[in-house]
Design a protein around this ligand. Structure first.
Ligand code: CS2
Ligand code: MG
Length: 408
């Protein structure tokens, strides 16, 4: 069996999805997601110029060897662009494998370990009452877990993922449009004084059963994060996410020594080497890698297995930057993984997105149910794809009030 061709599409409804389609001499094709948020054309170019020419003629069933070929062959290892490109190929090869076996991918991993995978939604508010309304809407829809992000009084601009004005009813707020980044102003002091009380009020209002998550988005220093984590302990968060920028893995010790709040990290990681110490030293509770950014199913499955040895559960990234293909790859891993924790979930199911990526996967009452279609269980409509074109975007940058550059 041979790979006869591969095409890359960039574009989508409101997002520049990078979609790879690998074709074979047996008529079976595979699909993969290579969307690297706000740097989408780079993965596409890497695939087109360097990887696809080598793929032609390879046997698509040898997904492990193909992964090693590209990873070792790059010489300059890891990095988000390369790993997202390998991720797209790997996902597409697993899709082909599943279609050849006529089995959904979770069956190839070891079958189902649960009936449905718990997801969490994004509640946001310009202020606390606005946030409470947003949480209530998700609770009414049956969500069992909600991430809460709140505007901070006195903060000069809206901070990470919160709207400027109350009543916007949006579940995810970040305007990435334009090449020149938008700017946000941040003040850790105001945040640390306000947010623990806000979290406590949310717990009081919604009771003990709701799983409450919060994302610090890399904004605190290790000592501040330790203080914050200690203070929010009574709220019994499901997790506290990215309290510090996680490239300093040892910094996490400080938080651990002061608090038992569960820590989730990893959405910016792209290999097992970015998180092996965090996992082996049991400094985190949830690993947040995404199947696209971290080199595909082959590599992420290794991370999941390592995590399982150390009581670390999965909490895969699921921001809208990932296409339904990545979300499907994650859904199959979530159905199988003995150490599954939770899945981040933003409503992708707009009619436009469903038309571009038809699938029978479904979310109901806060649980994601993976379909039994062979492979990833998501298709791609090329005619629909022709409607969209690439639109440049950038992540915002963050400064302190005196102008010092900080972490988005
Ligand atoms: C966020 C992300 O979903 C999350 O937890 O931290 O939305 C992140 O800001 C974006 O994916 C950046 O591309
Ligand atoms: Mg996050």
């Amino acid at each position: 069996m041979k790979i006869t061709g591969a095409k890359v599409f960039v574009g989508g409804p409101g997002k520049n999805y990078v979609t790879l389609k690998i074709e074979t001499d047996q008529g079976v094709y595979g699909l993969g997601d290579g969307t690297l948020n706000n740097r989408e054309t780079l993965t596409a170019k890497y695939l087109q110029d360097y990887l696809i020419p080598c793929l032609i003629g390879m046997d698509p069933r040898n997904s492990e060897d193909i992964w090693q070929y590209f990873y070792r062959g790059a010489y300059f290892r890891r990095g988000p662009i390369a790993m997202a490109a390998f991720g797209a190929i790997d996902m597409a090869l697993w899709d082909i494998k599943g279609k050849l076996a006529n089995l959904p991918l979770y069956q190839l991993f070891g079958g189902k370990s649960r009936n449905g995978a718990m997801v969490y939604a994004h509640a946001t508010g310009a202020d606390l009452p606005d946030l409470m309304d947003s949480v209530a809407r998700y609770v009414d829809q049956g969500y069992k877990a909600v991430r809460v992000q709140c505007g901070i009084p006195g903060m000069p601009t809206a901070s990470y993922a919160v709207p400027e004005q109350a009543g916007s009813n949006t579940d995810y707020i970040t305007d990435f449009s334009g090449i020149r980044p938008k700017e946000e102003i941040w003040d850790s002091g105001r945040y640390m004084r306000y947010m623990p009380g806000a979290l406590a009020e949310i717990r009081d209002r919604f009771g003990p059963d709701l799983h409450i998550l919060h994302d610090v988005h890399h904004r605190l220093l290790p000592r501040e994060a330790a203080e914050f984590a200690k203070e929010v302990e009574p709220v019994k968060l499901f997790w506290l996410e990215d309290p510090t920028p996680a490239e300093d893995q040892d910094a996490l010790r400080m938080i651990r020594q002061h608090s038992t709040v569960p820590i989730a990290i990893g959405e910016v990681f792209n290999s097992i080497w970015d998180c092996n110490k965090l996992i082996q030293n049991e400094l985190i509770d949830f690993i947040r890698v995404a199947v696209t950014y971290a080199g595909g199913i082959t590599h992420v499955k290794r991370i999941v297995d390592l995590a399982g040895l150390h009581h670390v559960r999965t909490g895969f990234h699921g921001a809208p930057s990932h296409s339904p293909l990545c979300m499907a790859a994650q859904a199959h891993l979530n159905a199988w993984a003995p150490n599954f924790g939770i899945q981040e979930y933003l409503v992708l199911g707009t009619p436009e997105c469903d038309a571009l990526f038809p699938s029978a996967h479904k979310m109901e009452n806060g649980l994601f149910h993976v379909s039994d279609a062979p492979g990833l269980g998501v298709d791609f409509d090329e005619t629909e794809a022709a409607r969209y074109e690439y639109k440049a975007g950038s992540h915002p940058i963050v400064r302190l009030e005196d102008g010092t550059l900080w972490n988005y």
